[in-house]
Each structure stands twice: as structure tokens, then as C-alpha cells.
Design a binder for this molecule. Structure first.
Ligand SMILES: NC(=O)c1ccc[n+]([C@@H]2O[C@H](COP(=O)([O-])OP(=O)(O)OC[C@H]3O[C@@H](n4cnc5c(N)ncnc54)[C@H](OP(=O)(O)O)[C@@H]3O)[C@@H](O)[C@H]2O)c1
Length: 284
């Protein structure tokens, strides 16, 4: 089996390539310089011969998407649709990575796949339009919505907190009224491996088990790393950002669990796995 990954050199793409290759799958992880999803001819050429395409390509700078509308839409909407259209033409099965930011965060329970969407940000709007573009071009595609990713190949909250503790000259201020499911990319990669092994289509949620606030996550990072640096819980209103984020972004994973028979590890297990991997890289 050949799996081709546009965006294959990003944070998720690299862990996905590693996990699938370790399972004996032939993986073609494509850099944006080799396969630009804004260039249909390049996409068609680069995915030729694949059995499965997993699109990890995205413009992921959430706050910048508020002002950089052209590139965010070109990659996250039109680009996603282009990958799907090329897969449709070539009879290739496709998976596309979606986001929890398609929801408004007002729900008092975890979000199911068919719950009403209501993005609060330009990025969330573009990710939602990207899902629609993918499923319009290829109704058999699977959109895997996930959230709050961290892995050894990217910039993310866990790394930022580890860097901030001890460097700032006062307490690190962290939002306590937004809930999420922080997900280690190594664990999401295994979840994607499970999904390609079963029949599925449409939208499926996949993220770590359990949920927490960013503040709880920061405290867990400090505890795991032995940092005694003070961490101060603050409300979202004290930490304004260009893009609004949902307060409750917790995804319900029942569909993923019934499709695959698996449950993603908890966010705490993800944090441990990430720290172990990060340390082994420093030691090596
Ligand atoms: N990070 C999160 O917390 C999070 C949460 C929910 C969902 N997601 C979704 O998960 C997926 C993977 O995200 P990630 O965190 O791995 O992001 P990432 O590290 O920023 O990786 C994105 C990849 O897309 C590539 N890319 C950008 N523009 C491209 C283009 N025009 N053509 C082809 N490739 C292009 C990037 O290549 P260059 O580096 O060369 O630009 C990079 O390899 C995305 O769909 C994202 O929306 C992420």
C-alpha cells in the first residue's frame, strides 16, 4: 500500500510518515516545495500511484489567518478541494485533517460530528469551508477533525510553556476557561493508521481522551518537568488574541471508537510520550 502525504514535512505529517512506515506501509511524505496544494498540476502529478492520500497540508497560523486571508483560503479551502478533486479523478481514497475550531465552543457537552458548526475565527471558517470543499469533490473522503496538537516537529503550547517557565521574570499567565483535548501527534498518527484500516467516510473526530484547560495542561507540564515556576490562571478576556477561540472545544470520539475499536490515549499519556521522545532526541 502506498500512502502519500501532502504537508508531509509538518508537525503531524512527519509523525504520520514515521508511524505508517514503521507499519510497513510505503509512505511518500511531500514537502510544500514538491507538492503545493495551490498548484493542481503538481498535486495530480505527485499523488499519482497512491492508494491513499492523507492531506496534512494547511496554513496553520491561526491568528495570522485573520489578516492573511488570501493564503489561508488558497491553502485551507481551495487547496484542500484541489487535493480531493485530484483524488476523485485518480480513484484514490482520501483523508483530510480538520479542526475543532469549526465550532463556536458554546456547547455544554463534547461536540459530535453532526453538531452545528459556527466558527469564531477566519481560520475556523476556512477549515470548515475546506471540509465542505473536500466532501463536495469527493463524498467518500474522510475528514478527521482533531485539536490542540503537539509533537516533536512543531511549535506548540507544550514547547512554549516549557520555554516560558524560568525565562519570564514573573508568573506565566495561562488561560483557564478554555477546555480542549491536547493531542500528541504520535498518538493521532496511530489513530489515522487505525482509520485507514476500516471503511469510513464523512467527518470523524479524533483527539486525546480526557480534557483539560490550558492552565491544567501548563500545570501538568510543570509537574512533569520539575519546574516550580509560578503559573497564574487567567480568563480568556485577560489574554486577547486576533483570532477568537472556542471556550469548549472538546470533541466527542464515540464514532472513532466504534469504527476502529480503539480509544486514543489520554492527554496525560500523550504529554508523557512527547516528553520522552523530546528527551531521547536531546540525549541522542
Ligand atoms: N496544530 C494544531 O493544534 C492543529 C489542531 C487542529 C487541527 N490541525 C490540523 O492538522 C493538520 C496538520 O497541522 P500541523 O499542526 O502539522 O501543521 P504544520 O506543522 O504547520 O504543518 C502544515 C504543513 O502544511 C504545509 N503547507 C503549507 N502550505 C502548503 C501548500 N501551499 N502546499 C502544500 N503544503 C503546504 C507546510 O509546509 P511548509 O512548512 O513548507 O509551509 C507544513 O508541512 C492541519 O490540517 C491543521 O489544520 C492542527
Amino acid at each position: 500500500m502506498i500512502v502519500t502525504i501532502p504537508g508531509g514535512t509538518g508537525m503531524l505529517g512527519r509523525d504520520l510518515a514515521r508511524v505508517l512506515a514503521a507499519a510497513g506501509i510505503e509512505v511518500r511524505a511531500l514537502a510544500s516545495t514538491t507538492c503545493d496544494v495551490r498548484d493542481r498540476a503538481s498535486v495530480a502529478r505527485q499523488i499519482a500511484g497512491a492508494d491513499i492520500v492523507i492531506n496534512c497540508a494547511a496554513f496553520t497560523r491561526v491568528d495570522d489567518a485573520e489578516t492573511e486571508r488570501e493564503i489561508s483560503q488558497a491553502v485551507n479551502v481551495a487547496g484542500a478541494g484541489t487535493v480531493a478533486a485530484c483524488c476523485a479523478e485518480q480513484g484514490i481514497r482520501m483523508f483530510h485533517i480538520g479542526s475543532d475550531y469549526v465550532f463556536d465552543g458554546e456547547s455544554d457537552r463534547p461536540y459530535r460530528e453532526n453538531d452545528a458548526t459556527g466558527p469564531l475565527s477566519a481560520y475556523g471558517t476556512d477549515k470548515l469551508d475546506g471540509e465542505i470543499a473536500v466532501l463536495d469533490a469527493l463524498p467518500t473522503a474522510t475528514v478527521v477533525r482533531t485539536q490542540a496538537l503537539f509533537g516533536v516537529h512543531g511549535r506548540h503550547f507544550v514547547r512554549a510553556i516549557m520555554a516560558a517557565c524560568g525565562r519570564a521574570d514573573e508568573a506565566v499567565r495561562v488561560i483557564e476557561d478554555q477546555s480542549t483535548c491536547p493531542t500528541y501527534t504520535g498518538h493521532l498518527a496511530v489513530a489515522l493508521q487505525h482509520l485507514i484500516a476500516v471503511e469510513c467516510s464523512g467527518v470523524v473526530h479524533a483527539s486525546a481522551s480526557g480534557s483539560c484547560s490550558w492552565y491544567e495542561l501548563a500545570c501538568a507540564i510543570a509537574a512533569r518537568t520539575g519546574s516550580e515556576w509560578p503559573i497564574e490562571a487567567v480568563p480568556t478576556s485577560a489574554y486577547p488574541t486576533p483570532a477568537r477561540r472556542p471556550l469548549n472545544a472538546v470533541l466527542d470520539k464515540s464514532l472513532y471508537e466504534s469504527l476502529t475499536g480503539h480509544c486514543l490515549p489520554s492527554w496525560r499519556e500523550g504529554l508523557d510520550a512527547y516528553l520522552e521522545e523530546a528527551h531521547s532526541r536531546i540525549d541522542a
